[in-house]
Design a binder for this molecule. Sequence first.
Ligand SMILES: *Cc1c(COP(=O)(O)O)cnc(C)c1O
Length: 432
Amino acid sequence: MQYFSLQNKQHKVNFETAVVQGLAPDRGLYFPEQIPTLDKEFLTHLHDYTEHEIGLKVIRPFVGDEIPEEALKKIVTDTLHFPFPVQKVTGHTFALELFHGPTLAFKDVGARFMAGCLGYFRRNSTTPVTVLVATSGDTGGAVASGFYNVPGVEVVILYPSGKVSVLQEKQLTTLGNNIYALEIEGTFDDCQQLVKTAFLDRELQAARPLTSANSINVARWLPQMFYYFLAYKQMKAAHHKLVFSVPSGNFGNICAGMMAAAMGLPISHFVAATNINDTVPRFMASGKYEPGKAAPTLSNAMDVADPSNFVRILELFSNSLPALSEKLTAYSFNDKDTARTMEQVWKENHYMLDPHGAVGFMGLQRYLEHAPEMTGVFLETAHPVKFEDTAPKSIREEIYTPARVMSLYGKEKEATRLTTDYTAFKNWLMRQ
Ligand SMILES: *Cc1c(COP(=O)(O)O)cnc(C)c1O
């Protein structure tokens, strides 16, 4: 499979280059040259296949022969080594739980798959590559866990001091080995600025090859298709008209679902549910793409004003808003509704939502009001314990803490504290 840059369709690279580069040199996102279609036989007999067989079948055309069968099988197996259960919440609504992985959020899937691919492509190299990543919380933990002990790869994570939750900080700072945490005395934007400057620094790159594990990387984006297939399998979906509601920030997750549908998975409709950072719902209503400034919310992993992956969704629909509107509806919700929904769903359905899942749930409810014949699945993208600190007081006590999280609290934090000064950051990287 070849991938072209969305800035210039003549610029094409293979899968390996797209993974190693992340972004095309012209700053465009990579997009597959063709959308593979899955055979009917496979789709109608999905329930006869194991999760690993499904993963392999879905991702194989995107990888081509660049990773041999056995190696790709191992990557898929390592990626899908935790469950993706579908739970009934109300009569017609189901939660697809994506938080059973090591860092309790769906980003584990993309991070693990990318780590496997990068590890494979670097298998014979003698100089280690450094994955540099700035995080506002969830990404760093998933990348750290995914790349932990991958030979030939070191990970440096920059996070804003005092601005990630206690649990998130533990996930970033307690692994050790090839994972280094830098606690930056500044904001997430400062962290991102340091990373961007490093990528433009030729002297640094010559001394220490860098790569990014950003969510726009095709190896983080595409494996997110897996769990739409796994949900479909569990729903015995041939009997339903299915709608998926996806709490969205950078729009990578929902874009993977729409790619799965483009490959033939029978999903009737998608709902993009956002918090008050509503650039896409406004675009769907007016046709004008006007990103403002991101505002902080309870569902902070979705505090994105200019979602990078939306251009990929537009590409899937040949940049036609009418065509896109047939398949996608977008709604936005404020924090008050989010908190109220978390309380209400706990009280009425005894299901504990996290703030992101709550936004997805609300999106689904609103859509189903007009489409009562449909069955809905919303993506529960993180475990509620990750956002315990900001959960409504009335339900906070009820949030369950998984055992593997308990053990994290007892571990010693290891991080290097740095200011936002680029030279100090560069010196630290060069000294390593
Ligand atoms: C990253 C994240 C999202 C947003 O996903 P996108 O692919 O960026 O749209 C939603 N929920 C949680 C918990 C996340 O960590």
